[in-house]
Design a protein around this ligand. Structure first.
Ligand code: ATP
Ligand code: MG
Length: 414
């Protein structure tokens, strides 16, 4: 065979990076390798700012494209042929590929790119010659320079020559691991997985934290969150979710604090505990799925009370979105169906009848002082479990107190 099947990978925003570019490219390549791990023998390499994937078994091509299309940093993917730099081979391979794809009756335009300037024929002439060659071999194909059914792309590069005509759209964004780490507050709802997706898309590595109120919420509600985490792993590869027992804290707030502040106090505890775990994991921010005005705890005043519980910045990527817009993204990324499964969340169990929509911070803090905050948080922290999840499900669990970082936590408290 005088050609190799391969995939040409087009990066998106990485193009805009200056001196940092090699770091972004290297991270992207590592992420791609991790995603393609199950396909034996596959290699990923870079040359002249293009990333190339080789040795994919044709039967695995669709699955590999599907996996790669969800890797942040990739803009588009083109299954291609690589062969020696020769104009007749460009024609031969283009014709064979079209026939293989059963495209014999379409209008086309050839786009040529000569990245190897040593190649003696200039781009416009390459395009003209390949176009003429296709017409000669395929009587029902027609050239249309203005409104073609398809573009046939020919590239002459240092490594070889390439032909392709398919562009599989990928998610774009920046490679995960190029923009630090953040702690996602992951509930079982629609909004928080979308929020996590949006922040991860900017190259941020995620950790998750989930609060549950057994026996007020069922084991199944927790499993639903693991399922959502698993679905996010299509994009983030692996996620550690820290699960925090929240029952005692909620019962204490319920028993001892004014009813109207139940929700806002709950939110403040969630933020404080999330922040503690976030710091242990070197997370630079917290991420929530809050959107202005969606519920009582998401009015401007409530968000202000929530924010002031912590020092880390709180990222809320869906803050300005309508529920319908958030649902649309949830459907696209594949979390929606799981999110709408009918299992209760710890917040809904204790929802007060008349939550304050305009809480005043001083009053909230006064209510909070009715509780032994430090003891409650510490008790919860002692029971935190870390659940590591990948695209196949739970792969590892460990108690936070058994992790090395627990010693740091205790030291910080003294
Ligand atoms: P979602 O649809 O994501 O559940 P929501 O619209 O139901 O959000 P709330 O229940 O008020 O809104 O929660 C707001 C945000 O607080 C969530 O998007 C999530 O980031 C966080 N959150 C709520 N409940 C939990 C929980 N049990 N564990 C972790 N985070 C939570
Ligand atoms: Mg919720």
């Amino acid at each position: 065979m005088d050609y190799r099947n391969m995939i040409i990978v087009k990066v998106g925003e990485i193009h805009l990076k200056g001196l940092n570019r090699p770091f972004f490219e290297k991270t992207l390549i590592n992420n791609m390798k991790a995603a393609l791990k199950k396909f034996e023998g596959v290699t990923v390499s870079i040359s002249q700012s293009r990333i190339f994937v080789y040795n994919i078994d044709p039967k695995d091509l669709d699955e590999a494209l599907e996996k790669l299309s969800k890797i942040f940093g990739i803009h588009a993917l083109s299954p291609a042929r690589e062969f020696e730099k020769d104009i007749d081979l460009c024609i031969k391979n283009a014709v064979e590929m079209l026939e293989e794809a059963k495209i014999t009756n379409a209008t086309f335009k050839v786009k040529a790119r000569r990245a190897d300037k040593r190649f003696p024929i200039e781009s416009p002439e390459i395009a003209a010659k390949v176009g003429a060659g296709i017409l000669e071999n395929m009587p029902n194909m027609k050239v249309d320079l203005h409104n073609p059914d398809m573009f046939i792309e020919v590239e002459i590069r240092d490594r070889g020559a390439y032909v392709y005509f398919e562009d599989v759209q990928a998610v774009g964004g920046l490679p995960i691991g190029t923009n630090g780490r953040a702690m996602l507050l992951l509930s079982g709802g629609i909004d928080s997985p979308v929020a996590g997706y949006m922040i991860a898309k900017r190259g941020v590595q995620l950790d998750g934290v989930h609060f549950y109120s057994f026996p007020h919420t069922s084991e199944r509600a927790k499993e639903k969150v693991y399922e959502l985490a698993q679905e996010l792993c299509d994009y983030v590869t692996r996620l550690s979710v820290f699960v925090v027992p929240f029952t005692h804290i909620q019962e204490e707030i319920y028993d001892k604090c004014p009813d109207q502040f139940m929700t806002i106090l709950t939110r403040r505890f969630m933020m404080k505990i999330s922040e503690r775990i976030a710091r242990l994991r070197n997370c630079g921010a917290l991420v929530t799925g809050e959107s202005i005005g969606q519920v009582a705890s998401q009015t401007m005043e409530s968000l202000n009370c929530t924010d002031s519980a912590v020092n880390l910045p709180v990222f809320r990527p869906v803050i300005g979105m309508d529920k319908l817009e958030i649902m649309e993204i949830a459907k696209n990324i594949g979390t929606y169906e799981t999110s709408i499964l009918p299992f209760e969340d710890c917040c809904t169990v204790f929802t007060p009848r008349h939550p304050s929509t305009k809480p005043k911070l001083q009053e909230v803090i006064k209510a909070e002082q009715l509780l032994d905050e430090e003891a409650l948080i510490d008790e919860a922290m002692q029971m935190v479990e870390r659940i590591d999840i990948d695209a196949d499900g739970v792969i590892y669990t460990q108690k936070l107190t058994d992790m090395a970082i627990w010693q740091e936590y205790k030291k910080a408290l003294i």
